[in-house]
Ligand binder design. Structure first.
Ligand SMILES: C[S@@+](CC[C@H](N)C(=O)[O-])C[C@H]1O[C@@H](n2cnc3c(N)ncnc32)[C@H](O)[C@@H]1O
Length: 381
């Protein structure tokens, strides 16, 4: 057993301490706390520990009535009061940009109107007729009867969900739920309606999605003469949301099912000036003949690959609005674009309360002295 004082939090929400000059990461701890721990992982440069006993607890620690926390691994910072979670996430974004030497104004984080009951989708594991999640480190199955993050409609229906085999994916819109792969759920965002299939991507926190899309629209400042490219467009949400401001929107997305949803959503919302292409973002945008004014990018956590970065630099739009669910890949990509694009502002959003995740929207403007580049002149390798 070791006694450790926690001095900081890492990017995964774990407390940081030291044992004889070696760094140790300890989940479910807060700076200022002193804990007795045992080591669960021993690596060359660091250790990971688990708390056996709190010697000194932080006065701000929030004790929670979640019987699965922290074992289930779905939440990492549930023990922090919500206001402190927001400070933690805002500092994390500042630290990541600072570490990569990217200077950009970072606006105060926009919190979630609902810190609990916000998740509109979940994937349950199914074991022996019970639904639950796998414990993060051990992968031991934990039966879940109620999850604080889930929309109440999903929690109320856990007992009615099928429990025969495999995973169960559930989507909800507060009125309806579905676990049927043939059915869709309708989400209302401002005055738009979006139909989404069970397996297509849709942001998991409706209230924050609305705020995030408004920020994208504000950063984009589209004009009636603009042609906007919506890369990684999912079910067409962002493109449809900004379509009334511009001449034309082109959405590109790899999932066939999402593209079908997107076409249906354009009709549902009476949007005549949007078209969708199913395929890889980098490959398909390379083939476009249109004169693109701005690009919205909302990639998966891995960020942009080289081909997509190259295509963006070849298209060379005036403006890029980058929506990112991982600040590490966002800062990496902003750095790769830096010879041609100037980061103007970043706004963080708390899409995922009680977890360490933070969503960001970043506005980038073309540097006035740069021209569209040829592939062999690109700064990216
Ligand atoms: C973070 S989601 C964004 C969706 C959408 N913009 C929204 O707000 O709902 C990322 C999307 O990228 C799609 N995707 C993943 N890899 C892709 C690729 N190589 N080319 C195009 N789309 C891709 C996924 O299917 C997913 O729909």
């Amino acid at each position: 057993m070791e006694t450790v004082e926690i001095t900081d939090l890492d990017h995964q929400g774990r407390g940081i301490g030291r044992i004889q000059n070696k760094i140790v990461f300890i989940p479910n701890t807060i700076p200022g706390e002193i804990v007795n721990i045992h080591i669960t992982q021993e690596k060359k440069n660091y250790l990971v520990g688990r708390v056996d006993q709190f010697v000194k607890k932080s006065p701000s620690r929030q004790e929670f009535l979640c019987p699965y926390y922290p074992l289930c691994g779905g939440c990492q910072i549930l023990h922090l009061p919500y206001a402190e979670q927001l400070i933690y996430k805002e500092n994390k974004v500042h630290n990541i940009f600072k570490r990569y030497h990217v200077e950009v104004p970072i606006k105060p984080i926009i919190g979630s109107p609902k810190p609990f009951g916000y998740r509109n989708k979940v994937t349950f594991q199914n074991e022996n007729g019970k639904l639950g999640f796998y414990e993060e480190e051990t992968h031991r199955f934990i039966e879940i009867k109620n999850c604080l993050l889930l929309d109440s409609k999903i929690n109320e229906n856990i007992i009615h969900l099928p429990k025969h085999s495999g995973k169960v994916v559930v989507r909800s819109n507060q009125q309806d739920i579905t676990f049927d792969h043939q059915k869709k759920v309708m989400h209302n965002i401002v005055d738009f309606q979006f139909m989404v299939s069970l397996d297509s991507f849709f942001q998991i926190n409706d209230a924050v999605t609305e705020l995030l899309y408004q920020k994208v629209k504000e950063y984009l400042q589209a004009q009636k003469t603009d042609t906007v490219l919506d890369l990684y467009c999912g079910i067409g949400t962002i493109g449809i949301f900004v379509s009334r401001d511009c001449k034309k929107v082109i959405g590109i997305e790899i999932s066939k099912e999402a593209i079908e949803n997107a076409k249906e959503n354009a009709k549902l919302n009476h949007i005549p000036n949007i078209t969708f292409i199913c395929g890889d973002a980098g490959k398909e945008s390379k083939k476009l003949k249109e004169d693109i004014t701005s690009i919205i990018i909302d990639p998966p956590r891995s960020g942009l690959n080289q081909e997509t970065l190259e295509t963006i630099l070849t298209i060379h739009p005036k403006k890029i609005v980058y929506v990112s669910c991982d600040p590490m890949t966002l800062v990496r990509d902003v750095n790769l674009l830096k010879e041609y694009y100037h980061p103007v502002e970043v706004t963080p959003f708390d899409m995922f309360p009680n977890t360490y995740h933070v969503e960001n929207v970043c506005l980038l403007m073309q540097k006035s002295d740069t021209k569209s580049c040829k592939i062999d002149e690109l700064p990216v390798k």
